[in-house]
Design a protein around this ligand. Structure first.
Ligand code: PEP
Ligand code: MG
Length: 606
């Protein structure tokens, strides 16, 4: 989709300096993964850069241990970041990869029991100065020492010392929950990493798009970017070497390309594409009042996924039948405490009433994996495999002070409209039964207090997103009122491919026969047990998959609202009986390439 007016910034003014840059022969292109389509044109804002003014203050003697700890944490964070970057070098050409990983290795060593670290500790303890000032002072001394050596190799280390110092200072000064509200409209955020919490703070009226060094297409930051219509490129390895703060840049979220200092010809070409994309969007918007019915007359329910309340407007504009997945994580992001029951209720109430009696499926907290909210930071101990760790319903069942207020808020919101309760990462029948017991207990407490709650109780459904749940679908169907298949995680767990890791992004494939068989198996179990089933993973919002999914028996697709018109257009072009025949052919295949060809062949004939 088109992002921004054709002329770039929100004020509509193409920065004059770009015209003056005509003489600059320095257009530079960085390749990455296009994770959210569209074109953004604007000025780069380097997110997480070290501050120009380093804070300097004295520490009380009793404050010294805390300051030393703060420094230690910033060093540990810096080491983790360097490890992440090192893992990425594999994607570079071999000679560059070797050079970069040697540099990163050297920077890591500078942070492990080195003179630099000892020196900073000493300055904090003896000079009683804050960690940022101590790091800046010590870095300057060590770097000068290197620079003075008459050996080109060692002298070059001075720059690495400075880089390491800047990284530590950046981590020390990082403002938690930094909003992007003070940026000029039309800014492009460039960063080493953009978290889902960062994305939640981006107002599309201010941030035109973003690019980052790490991250994959199914990461939550990417999903949120797509939902917000923010063009985004992730996994752009050379990004920070190529783009400087204030550079004029283009983010091509469709092709996965970031262009710094584009030539006037490049700008013109991209502006033409923006105009074309905007025209297509306008055309698609016209479809919102038409029904989602196949050519042979079968109605398909098209629901919306919501990550942030502000998407509600788009949900209504595209004419979604309901909300098939409300990711409640937004309530817990960018804060240091847990939202109260009342706060959660108010947020849900606004959405439920805003949907005017169309169903709203509220998913309980799905935190963990790449969705770490700082409010919960110390509730989840670091894990070697966070995606396999304390996540989603496992966390909620372990920590009743998280689950109970959330269930209470959902029950109360259910008094205002049609609410369904969805449980993430369900694996066993017992988990569902346990939630039902807690739900009944919470309801009794509310009723005793005279609080209005949903009557009857909201239907309770399970996300089917781990292979174990899909293979137990028959048993789960007997304790659940509905299923929602989460193909993002189902693909990740079935194929053992981290959905957020760009290094294995090329292997992430929902068309793998194993994933399709699990979808089919789950769908058939739901139909046999006569419970509703939907798909709410990203493939539900991609028209490429529509014929296959409805051909497999799915009649309810839930997606980012922004994708709904495209999927509806596709539904209206499909003959369901032909799609069912093609789905059967596809399910006979054992090879993903053949499956892709059969699916794309079918789509091409529409
Ligand atoms: C999924 O896993 O497919 C899903 C919809 O949930 P999430 O992307 O929030 O993990
Ligand atoms: Mg999931």
């Amino acid at each position: 989709m088109a992002k921004r007016a054709p002329t770039g910034g929100r004020d509509g003014a193409r920065p004059r300096s770009t015209r003056r840059r005509r003489a600059e022969p320095t257009e530079r292109v960085v390749e990455g993964l296009g994770v959210a389509p569209g074109i953004a044109i604007g000025r780069a804002y380097l997110h997480g850069a070290a501050p120009a003014q380093i804070p300097e203050y004295t520490i009380d003697p009793d404050g010294i241990p805390a300051e030393l700890r703060r420094f230690e944490e910033a060093v540990a964070q810096s080491l983790r970041q360097l490890e992440k970057l090192k893992a990425k070098t594999a994607a570079l050409p071999p000679d560059v990869a070797e050079e970069v990983s040697v540099l990163l290795e050297a920077q890591g060593l500078m942070l492990q029991g080195s003179r630099l670290v000892r020196g900073v500790n000493q300055r904090i303890a003896h000079d009683r100065i804050n960690a940022e000032a101590a790091t800046a002072a010590e870095t300057a001394v060590v770097a000068e020492g290197f620079a003075a050596i008459e050996d080109a190799y060692l002298a070059a280390r001075a720059q690495e010392v400075r880089e390491v110092g800047a990284r530590v200072i950046r981590n020390l000064t990082a403002t938690p929950f930094q909003s992007f509200t003070s940026l000029p409209a039309g800014s492009i955020v460039i960063a080493e990493e953009v978290t889902p919490a960062d994305t939640a703070l981006m107002n599309p009226d201010i941030v035109a798009g973003f690019a980052a060094v790490v991250g994959g297409a199914e990461s939550h930051a990417a999903i949120m970017a797509r939902a917000m219509g923010l063009p985004a490129v992730l996994g752009a390895t050379r990004l920070l070497q190529t783009i400087r703060d204030g550079d004029f840049v283009i983010v091509d979220g469709s092709a996965g390309r970031v262009i710094a200092n584009p030539t006037p010809q490049t700008i013109d070409a991209y502006e033409r594409r923006q105009v074309e994309l905007a025209r297509v969007e306008r055309q698609l918007a016209r479809i919102s009042r038409l029904p989602a019915v196949t050519k042979d007359g079968v109605a398909i329910t098209l629901d919306a996924n919501i990550e942030l309340p502000r998407e509600l407007e788009t949900v209504r504009a595209v004419g979604a039948d309901g909300i098939g997945l409300l990711r409640s994580e937004f309530l817990f992001m960018n804060r240091n405490d847990i939202p109260s029951e009342e706060e959660q209720f108010q947020a849900l109430a606004a959405i439920v009433t805003g949907m005017a009696n169309r169903p709203v499926t509220v998913r309980t907290l799905d935190i963990g994996g790449d969705k770490l909210a700082s409010a919960l930071g110390d509730r989840i101990a670091p894990s070697a495999n966070p995606a396999l760790g304390l996540r989603a319903i496992r966390l909620s069942l372990q920590q009743p002070d998280l689950l109970e207020p959330q269930l209470a808020a959902i029950l109360r919101a259910g008094a205002l409209g049609r609410v369904r309760l969805l449980l993430p990462m369900i694996e066993t029948v017992d988990e569902v039964k346990e939630v039902r017991e807690i739900l009944a207990r919470v309801a009794r407490r509310l009723v005793r207090k005279g609080v209005a709650i949903a009557d009857p109780f909201p239907p309770v459904g399970a996300m089917i997103e781990v292979p174990g749940a899909a293979l137990s679908a028959d048993a789960l169907a007997r304790v659940c009122d509905f299923f929602a298949i989460g193909t993002n995680d189902l693909t990740m767990y079935t194929l053992a491919i981290d959905r957020g890791d760009e290094q294995v992004a090329h292997l992430y494939n929902p068309l793998h026969p194993a994933v399709l068989r699990l979808i089919q198996f789950t769908t058939e179990a739901a139909l046999r047990n006569r419970i509703p089933i939907s798909i709410c993973g990203e493939i539900a919002g991609d028209p490429r998959f529509t014929a296959l999914l409805i051909g497999l028996g799915i009649r309810d697709l839930s997606m980012s609202a922004i994708n709904l018109p495209r999927v509806k257009e596709r539904v209206r072009a499909i003959d369901l009986s032909a799609a069912a025949v093609r789905a059967r052919q596809i399910m006979d295949q054992s090879d993903s390439a053949r499956i892709s060809a059969l699916l794309d062949g079918f789509n091409a004939e529409l």
